[in-house]
Ligand binder design. Structure first.
Ligand code: 5GP
Length: 174
């Protein structure tokens, strides 16, 4: 494979996360918030977004694997690692790297809602446009991109390229 065009630069990501962090700081000012990152992809956005939030937030992670091919989600999600803590009565903000079909988030929202959090909202750095997905309310959203497969900033191709500081299109997947 080859790394193609850079869609979102490191500088653009940082500026957007600063905006999202400021909005989250404002909205959760008097609340005790738990940020929940979805591994593995969200580890980078989680680290950077959390540092743009000026509140004593707590962090937790879930690891999920979606059944399906490497580049297509099936909506059937396996929880590989659950949260370390209970979320009943907590203000939970789910942090996701990218929303494609939205099936992973739909599953997770349902799964977490059952635990009766005080609130449950979503933050996603990248949203793919032109995808026929069930409605999802993403309260804090970063960038809209066309429906292409991208890597970098936490997003992988066959386990690699998560460490790229920018988000780029993948070309020649052979
Ligand atoms: P969804 O369930 O919304 O279709 O997919 C969510 C997950 O699929 C993301 O958290 C991410 O792990 C993976 N994914 C979706 N689109 C892309 C993409 O363009 N590049 C990479 N590397 N992963 C993606």
């Amino acid at each position: 494979m080859r790394i193609g065009k850079v869609l979102i630069t490191a500088e653009q990501i940082d500026a957007k996360l600063a905006e999202m962090g400021a909005a989250i700081t404002e909205d959760y000012r008097d609340k005790d918030v738990l940020l929940v990152g979805i591994l593995k992809g969200a580890f980078v956005v989680m680290a950077d977004l959390a540092r743009h939030i000026d509140l004593p937030v707590e962090l937790d992670f879930m690891a999920v694997a979606s059944y399906g091919s490497a580049t297509k989600s099936s909506g059937v999600v396996r929880i590989l690692k659950d949260l370390d803590q209970e979320i009943t009565g907590r203000h939970v903000l789910l942090v996701e790297d990218i929303v494609d079909t939205g099936l992973t988030l739909q599953y997770l929202l349902k799964n977490l809602q059952v635990r009766k959090p005080a609130s449950l909202s979503l933050a996603a750095l990248v949203i793919k446009d032109g995808i026929d997905r069930a409605p999802l309310e993403i309260k804090y959203e970063g960038f809209h991109i066309p429906p292409v497969f991208v890597v970098g900033y936490g997003l992988d191709f066959e386990g690699k390229y998560r460490n790229l500081p920018y988000i780029a299109v993948v070309e020649d997947t052979e």
